[in-house]
Design a protein around this ligand. Sequence first.
Ligand code: PLP
Length: 382
Amino acid sequence: MLQSCVAMTEPADIKIPTTLLPDDGRFGAGPSKVRPEAVQALAEAGATYLGTSHRQATVKDMVGRLRTGLSVMFELPDGYEVVLGNGGTTVFWDALTFGLIERKSQHLSFGEFSSKFAACAKAAPFLDDPQILKADPGARPGVEVSSDVDLYALTHNETSTGVAMEIERPAGASGLVAVDATSAAGGLRVDAGQFDCYYFAPQKCLASDGGLWIALMSPAALDRVQAIKDSGRWIPTSIDIATAVEQSKLNQTYNTPSLATIFLAVQQVEWVNSQGGLEWAASRCDESSNTLYGWAERSDYATPFVTKAEDRSPVVGTIDIDDSIDANAINKALRANSIVDTDPYRKLGRNQLRISMFPSIEPSDVEKLTKCIDYVVDQLAD
Ligand SMILES: *Cc1c(COP(=O)(O)O)cnc(C)c1O
């Protein structure tokens, strides 16, 4: 008999009471919520900043503010440099493949993003095959220290699965520690002494837009970049880290950057720093994620996807939904009520919601979102 399976309520017809709705409905994993105050500031600066030369003081000062603000946020030790260039994280993987791996890298591969950098290194004909340590989605592998590995590739927060890891130099390792922090930087705690290259793009915790890469580099990483360059390896200029270092020290990029992206990133970094810095931002994400995971644990239809509580990301929550309820229908109903981008990572293929809790997102809005989901599920069952 089919009657019992027929859904009576069309998801898009569900009207969530306005008293339950979050103030801002953007919960996407990137591009993610940009604070309205930052957009307002950009509009005000528009006539004197946008549309002006990136080789002049107005823009160079903005790049300088970004570099200084990040040094403050991450309490960078002497000798570290904030380096930036165009292309976002994906392009920076190519830059690392050409410019920071000497011969052999080791990759912790536990989701879409971490597996992609591993694939870049594997495809490079001038490198040895990388060592790739895998874990199933929702878990994470550990580092295996090895004397022939000269770069350990870690991912602070695997955005595709909602798994986060602590960043620590592997004991006894001589290789550099390079960390994909695209969805972590500015929202998760990190000690700069534990990494050599902490890189990200600003469309996630930094609440800006895509297309830029930023790397916090230690003296050892900067030396490696120069040594590889001096060895005569061919490196395409647009992804040559040595060139980017030179340009960044002058508060410039090798080619034209998006001025709006830089401006919005400065707004976020200075906002976080003025509120109490990285610790403040991380606490805010803790508050949001405790709300989300606590709700899922109490719920009779939602469960945190990541089984080990200590691996659960404070900034990107993945929540499995009981098979009796179509998560897609929930997402459709939320979208019809201006709550957007709660869909799971495309390729993960689970009956799931993925909810970002970056520092820009109000913890109270995460709480309201859980109430909206309960409301929608209740309506779908009618
Ligand atoms: C979003 C993301 C990327 C990709 O960033 P792009 O700027 O789009 O290249 C890479 N790694 C992680 C962990 C991410 O979250």
